[in-house]
Structure formats: structure tokens, C-alpha cells
Design a protein around this ligand. Structure first.
Ligand code: AHM
Ligand code: MG
Length: 334
């Protein structure tokens, strides 16, 4: 029976049998993410102390500056999962192409691929605002023992077997789902262990917080503009409160605890929005649905969208169920 104060290690072992494909492989994979998270957390917390912040000089495939900690986190997660030989493939927001692991080894029996955004919201590092790691796990669809292909990564979100995030905040938390609810674990930095602190996390069905970059308002679709005006109207429990950190993991985490909606719509300058379907939207959508919330592109369930490319972007509306449904209604009627 899961209980508060249980360590993440204990929780993983105890809940392994509840997972329908039990073989221990997924548990080992989540364990390795836990390990890399602790190492990255240590480095993120040092960012203000050592001369590690600032652009590394490279740009990622989307043409954005990479911060040094992005590179560090990317390497750390990839190394941890590669060296421990527990996945057959990795795709990262910071890599142009997916990585096939041990594809030459015919005895290689690993079944899972991982998609990861190693350090999301990294432009916030310089100003001491929380950032996060987002991960998404699928079973490969090509035969075990053969090299992975792009098809193993371009699966619909509802095929995910696990997803989660690490938030490097006032305290560091690892929040994840394997398809039977969402549980949150808080790192005790003195001991270096994650403890179950937020069992069975749930989005309140309604909320009073809306999170969107309103600086882009003029470029938003009419439906989103109308919904924002609705949030600001004085009626019933409205106007709602506006809260936008600009760090998806932090905005999502707050909204899940307090009740709220996060939106990154398409705009006249950004025809598919900004967020990536595979590294950001699908894992957050899986978590949201597992916590009784909802995630949509305004019209379609995020996890029903067929991905066509690794770095695909998609409009994203996610949060408390009734709020997301209201925003969808405004999109339909615009
Ligand atoms: P990143 O992957 O380059 O860090 O971008 C994703 C981040 C999200 O965490 C955040 O919600 C969003 O970008 C903020 O974008 P904007 O500054 O355009 O509002
Ligand atoms: Mg990101």
C-alpha cells in the first residue's frame, strides 16, 4: 500500500506488479531517470554559484540558443540511460535526430524508447526561476533486436506507457505516471532520496487560474481572445487570476495543485504554437488525463494526434477539465 514518506525506490518496486507488462525493465528505466535527475538537480542548484550559466554557443534544431545547463542535462540523461543499457532508443529536444542504442547487438532485448526535453524553460535559469525535465516513454513497435526506426518515436500520445517531469524548484520534485494515476515525490537534498509527498495528484475539475503569454494576445486566434476576455469578465467566480511563469513544468505543476488552465495557442506569427508535441505536449497530456484533467489543441485531444516528425509543434491547451472544455467551446464558436 503506497503511503506518504515512502521512498521513490520503494514505490517503484511495490508498484511494479501493477504495470501490465511487468518485466522490471520499466522500473529500471524510471530508476535511471531518478538517478540522472539527482545529478542534474545538483548542477542546476549550483548555477548561481559557478560560472556555468550563459549560452554554450550552439543552437538547437529550432535555431534557439542552448544554455550550458541544457547541454549538461541532455548529456547526463542520455549517458545515464545509454550506459545502463535499458532503452533501445532516445529522442531529445536538443538532438537533431533520434539515437539508436546497441542497434548492432542482436542480443539486445530492450523494449522501450524515451523522448525527453532535458531542461525545459532554460531561459529562466539566468534569473533563478524554476525549470524542469519532461520525459515520455513508449514500447517500441518494431521488432526487439533490430535497430529502432523513426516509427518507434512517432507514436500517438495515448500509446505512452509512462511520462513525467522533474521540477527544479523551491524543492525538487519528480512527478510521474505509468497509467494508473499521478504521484509526486519530493527530494530530500540532505539524504538524496525522493519521498512520496503528493500521492494520487488530481487537477481540480474547475480552477481560477489562467496561464498564457498575453504579450502575444494580438496574434492569437479569435477563439482564444474570446476565452481570455471570458476569464477576465466579472461574473460568478470570475475574473480569474492570471499566472504565467514561462516555464511549462512550473505552470503545469501549480495549475494541477490549485486548478487552472495553461495555453500556448498558435498565433499569426507561429502557425503551430511553440511547444513540441513529442517532448512537451504528449507527456503533459498523459499526466493531465491521469490526474482527471484534459489536454487539447483547441479541437482535438492531444494524445490522438498522429505525429509526423520528431520536432513537431502543436497548439496546447491543458489543465482543469471544465476550463479546457470551455476554451474548446470558444474555439469552436469563434
Ligand atoms: P523551451 O523548450 O525552449 O524551454 O521552450 C518551452 C518553454 C515552456 O516551458 C514555456 O511554457 C514556454 O516556452 C514559454 O514561451 P514564451 O516565452 O514564448 O511564453
Ligand atoms: Mg522545452
Amino acid at each position: 500500500m503506497s503511503q506518504k514518506n515512502q521512498t521513490l525506490g520503494e514505490f517503484i518496486i511495490e508498484n511494479q506488479s501493477a504495470f501490465k507488462y511487468t518485466s522490471g525493465e520499466l522500473s529500471r528505466l524510471i530508476n535511471s531517470i531518478r538517478l540522472a535527475a539527482k545529478v542534474v538537480n545538483h548542477e542546476v542548484n549550483k548555477a548561481g554559484l559557478v560560472d556555468i550559466i550563459g549560452a554554450a554557443g550552439d543552437t538547437n534544431i529550432q535555431g534557439e540558443d542552448q544554455q550550458k545547463l541544457d547541454v549538461y542535462a541532455n548529456n547526463k540523461f542520455i549517458q545515464t540511460m545509454t550506459k545502463r543499457n535499458i532503452v533501445c532508443g532516445i529522442a531529445s529536444e536538443e538532438e537533431d535526430d533520434f539515437i539508436s542504442i546497441n542497434s548492432q547487438d542482436e542480443n539486445h532485448q530492450n523494449k522501450y524508447v524515451v523522448l525527453i526535453d532535458p531542461l525545459d524553460g532554460s531561459s529562466n535559469i539566468d534569473v533563478n526561476v524554476s525549470v524542469g525535465t519532461i520525459f515520455s516513454i513508449y514500447r517500441r513497435i518494431t521488432p526487439v533486436g533490430t535497430p529502432v526506426t523513426i516509427d518507434d518515436f512517432l507514436q500517438k500520445g495515448h500509446q505512452q506507457v509512462a511520462a513525467g517531469y522533474i521540477i527544479y524548484g523551491t524543492s525538487t520534485m519528480l512527478v510521474y505516471t505509468t497509467g494508473s494515476g499521478v504521484n509526486g515525490f519530493t527530494l530530500n537534498p540532505a539524504i538524496g532520496s525522493f519521498y512520496l509527498s503528493h500521492p494520487d495528484m488530481q487537477f481540480p475539475v474547475d480552477g481560477k487560474i489562467y496561464s498564457v503569454n498575453e504579450g502575444n494576445y494580438i496574434h492569437f486566434p479569435q477563439g482564444i481572445k474570446n476565452y481570455i476576455k471570458y476569464c477576465q469578465q466579472e461574473e460568478g467566480d470570475r475574473p480569474y487570476t492570471s499566472r504565467y511563469i514561462g516555464s511549462l513544468v512550473s505552470d503545469f505543476h501549480r495549475n494541477m495543485i490549485k486548478g487552472g488552465i495553461y495555453m500556448y495557442p498558435k498565433s499569426s506569427t507561429n502557425s503551430n504554437g511553440k511547444l513540441r508535441l513529442l517532448y512537451e505536449c504528449n507527456p503533459m497530456a498523459f499526466l493531465a488525463e491521469q490526474a482527471s484533467g484534459k489536454a487539447s489543441d483547441g479541437f482535438t485531444r492531444i494524445m490522438d494526434i498522429q505525429p509526423t516528425e520528431l520536432h513537431q509543434r502543436v497548439p496546447f491547451i491543458c489543465g482543469s477539465k471544465n476550463m479546457v472544455e470551455k476554451a474548446e467551446e470558444f474555439m469552436r464558436n469563434a
